[in-house]
Ligand binder design. Structure first.
Ligand SMILES: Cc1cc2nc3c(=O)[nH]c(=O)nc-3n(C[C@H](O)[C@H](O)[C@H](O)COP(=O)(O)OP(=O)(O)OC[C@H]3O[C@@H](n4cnc5c(N)ncnc54)[C@H](O)[C@@H]3O)c2cc1C
Length: 302
C-alpha cells in the first residue's frame, strides 16, 4: 500500500518504528483485538504532526493509544493507523512550586513513584490505574475519591486542525469519566500537574494502602480493561451486577469476574464479540431486575 510506504518514509526520517498488520491484542490490557494497518511508536511531537497531516490529507483513518487499558478492540481489528504514545513519550520534569510537567505517555505509576521520591503528595489514589497520564486525562480517570481533575492544571494538545495548543484545567470540561478530549480527535501531548508538599512516609503509606486494596479486591491476575461499566448515578455497577447474581456469568472466555463483579475478564481466548455479548446480557439483566441502565466504560475501537 503506497500510503503506508509514505508513512514509513516519514518514520525513517525521525527514527521511529512502524509495524504493519500489528495485532492490537499485544497492546491492550484485555489482550483482545485484531490487527491494525500500521502501528507507529511515535517518539516526538514533530513526527506526530507530520504523520497526522499526511493521514488527514490522504483520508487515512487514525487513532491514538496510551497503554491500551481502557479500550476494547474489535476482532476484525482497526483499518487504519494507530499512534502509540507510550514508551517514548515518557519524560517528567520537576518545576517550581510543586509542579511537574510530563509527556502524555508517562504511566501514572511512574509519576506517582517519581513524585513520592520528592515527597510530593497528590498522586496517591491514582497510582494503581494502569494507564498513561494522557489516557487518564482523556477520560478524567479516578479512584478512591480522587481524579485527574484534582491534579492537572494545564495540557498541551494537537487540535483537530493539526495545531499545537495549550488549555487550562478550567476550560477542559472535566467531569465524571469525561473531558474536552473524550470522543474527539484531539491528541494530548503533555500535562502539567500541581502537587503539594507532603511527608514521604505518609504519602507512601497512603499509596501502598490503595495498591493493596486493588490487589485484594480486583482480578489483576487476568486480562481486563478495568471497570467494564460506568458508575450509574445513585448506585455502583459492581453492586448491581452482584445483586443480580451475575458473578461468574460468561460467554466464551469472557467472564464477569468472580472476584469483582464490575470487571469483565478474559480467562483465555475471549474475543471482542464474546465480551460485547456478555456485556449486553449484563446490561439487559441489570435493567430488568433493578431499573438501572449500565453503560460500557472502555472505548470501542473498530
Ligand atoms: C486492572 C485495571 C484497573 C483500572 N482501574 C481504573 C481506575 O481505578 N480508575 C479509572 O478511571 N480507570 C481504571 N482503569 C482503566 C484505565 O486504566 C484508565 O482509563 C486509563 O486512564 C487509560 O489510560 P491508557 O493510557 O491505557 O489509555 P488507552 O486505553 O490507551 O486509551 C483510552 C482512550 O484514551 C484515548 N487516548 C489515550 N491517550 C491519549 C492521548 N495522549 N491523547 C488523546 N487521547 C488519548 C484513546 O484514543 C482511547 O480512546 C483500569 C484498567 C485496568 C486494566
Amino acid at each position: 500500500m503506497e500510503q503506508i510506504e509514505q508513512l514509513e518514509t516519514i518514520c525513517k526520517r525521525y527514527d521511529c518504528q512502524l509495524l504493519r498488520n500489528e495485532p492490537l491484542s499485544k497492546h491492550t490490557t484485555f489482550r483482545i483485538g485484531g490487527c491494525c494497518t500500521a502501528f507507529i511508536d511515535v517518539n516526538c511531537v514533530d513526527v506526530l504532526l507530520e504523520l497526522l497531516n499526511y493521514c488527514n490529507d490522504n483520508n487515512l483513518k487514525w487513532t491514538v493509544l496510551g497503554n491500551g487499558s481502557n479500550v476494547l478492540v474489535s476482532d476484525e481489528g482497526y483499518d487504519g493507523v494507530v499512534f502509540s504514545l507510550g514508551k517514548q513519550f515518557a519524560n517528567i520534569e520537576f518545576l517550581d512550586d510543586c509542579k511537574i510537567r510530563c509527556d502524555a505517555g508517562v504511566y501514572l505509576m511512574t509519576v506517582a513513584k517519581s513524585v513520592l521520591e520528592e515527597s510530593l503528595s497528590g498522586m496517591e489514589c491514582l497510582a494503581g490505574i494502569p494507564g498513561t497520564v494522557g489516557g487518564a486525562l482523556y477520560m478524567n480517570a479516578g479512584a478512591y475519591g480522587g481524579e485527574m481533575a484534582d491534579v492537572v492544571i494545564s495540557a498541551e494538545y494537537i487540535d483537530e486542525d493539526g495545531k499545537l495548543k495549550t488549555v487550562l484545567k478550567e476550560d477542559m470540561d472535566l467531569s465524571y469519566r469525561h473531558s474536552m478530549f473524550s470522543g474527539t480527535k484531539r491528541i494530548i501531548t503533555g500535562l502539567t500537574l500541581q502537587l503539594r508538599n507532603g511527608k514521604y512516609d505518609a504519602i507512601k503509606t497512603e499509596m501502598d494502602g490503595y495498591l493493596n486494596q486493588r490487589r485484594a479486591k480486583q482480578p489483576l491476575e487476568l486480562p481486563s480493561a478495568g471497570s467494564t461499566f460506568k458508575r450509574p448515578v445513585g448506585s455502583y455497577a459492581s453492586f448491581l451486577i452482584d445483586q443480580c447474581g451475575l458473578k461468574g456469568a460468561s460467554v466464551g472466555d469472557a467472564q464477569v469476574s468472580v472476584k469483582h463483579a464490575g470487571f469483565v475478564v478474559n480467562t483465555g481466548k475471549a474475543t471482542c464479540k464474546d465480551v460485547l455479548e456478555l456485556c449486553e446480557f449484563v446490561i439487559e439483566t441489570v435493567e430488568e431486575k433493578t431499573g438501572y441502565k449500565l453503560e460500557l466504560e472502555p472505548v470501542l475501537l473498530k
